[in-house]
Unconditional design. Sequence first.
Length: 328
Amino acid sequence: MTAANDRVGAVVTGLGTCLPKTVVTNDEVSRHLDTEPAWIHSRTGIERRRRVSQGTGTGDLAVAAGAAALKSAGRDGCDLVLLATTTPDRRCPATAPGVASRLGLAAAAFDLSAVCSGFVYGLTVASAMITAGGCDRALVIGADAYSSIVDPDDRTTAVVFGDGAGAVLLERGRTSDPGAVLHTELGSDGTGDDLITIPPHGEYLTMRGSDVYSRAVTTMTESARSVAGKVGWDMADVDAFVGHQANIRILKSVAKRLGLPSERVISNIADVGNTAAASIPLALADAAAEGRIGTGDRLVLTAFGGGLTWGSAAVVWSGAKPVREVRG
Ligand code: UT7
């Protein structure tokens, strides 16, 4: 970062997650579905996922992840709580104000709906608000409990989705600081709005998996390359690619197209499945905890999901120590 482009910006200072305690293995999923553990593992990379118990919802996971991110940053408050979710606790009001109150915060609070791209959308909105002076400190939480919208008898969705939450604390700093969110880019294509949807009057999520798959590979590749280019990084300069964890084969295809070696591709899909808006912060936290990302590393975060929506962020990692919680 040269002095010429050292400017005010948003900086990640804390990272927190929350996973439900109930683990559902491929063997368990296969017991009441027409599928096989080996099929699930070879086609998706997933070995297990987490599921909330009765009475636990998105808000509960979001509160725990938000508190964990504040603890990770050594802060006790913020003035914006932005919750990215497709599974709000209620249709009205938004879930974020209740999350803020339960965290003891009198903060601006709202939900953001961008399905699996929600975390990158939220990071973009909160970073822009911080940079513009609209707030000083923001919790960006991605939390989803897809078990509430997945048909347990639909093998195309029931095998892939899991529940969870992840959050970062963003604060105003300089783009030369470790943790800086250097650039983000978002996109959408509503002509694909029927590929991942809860149909009108429907109860459950439907997904045309193979159509989404091919769109995800091409779009995530273009988006990652574009955001890196905007901050002057060659892909060879990128220390870690943290993509939305929808399918290990998607991540491998994107990495191959980007020319990234497998050790720079972060994946925790085996343990958590596709956790929608929580996916990227959960992957970040596992990578940080395992020492796979460290202070000053150049990260490209790339998401893709229903809408269709997508987005990427170029972030220099802060070295924040993740706080990882487990709840009901
Ligand atoms: O998070 C938002 C973004 N989402 C994504 O990016 C999801 C992208 N899509 C995927 O990850 C994959 O498409 C899936 C994992 C959902 C499905 O894998 P696939 O390799 O694309 O399978 P497919 O839908 O092309 O189906 C291939 C075959 C079909 O059988 P036939 O027609 O070839 O006889 C399916 O009926 O696999 C069958 N199949 C299954 N078999 C066993 C589909 N799901 C299952 C299953 N177990 N769970």
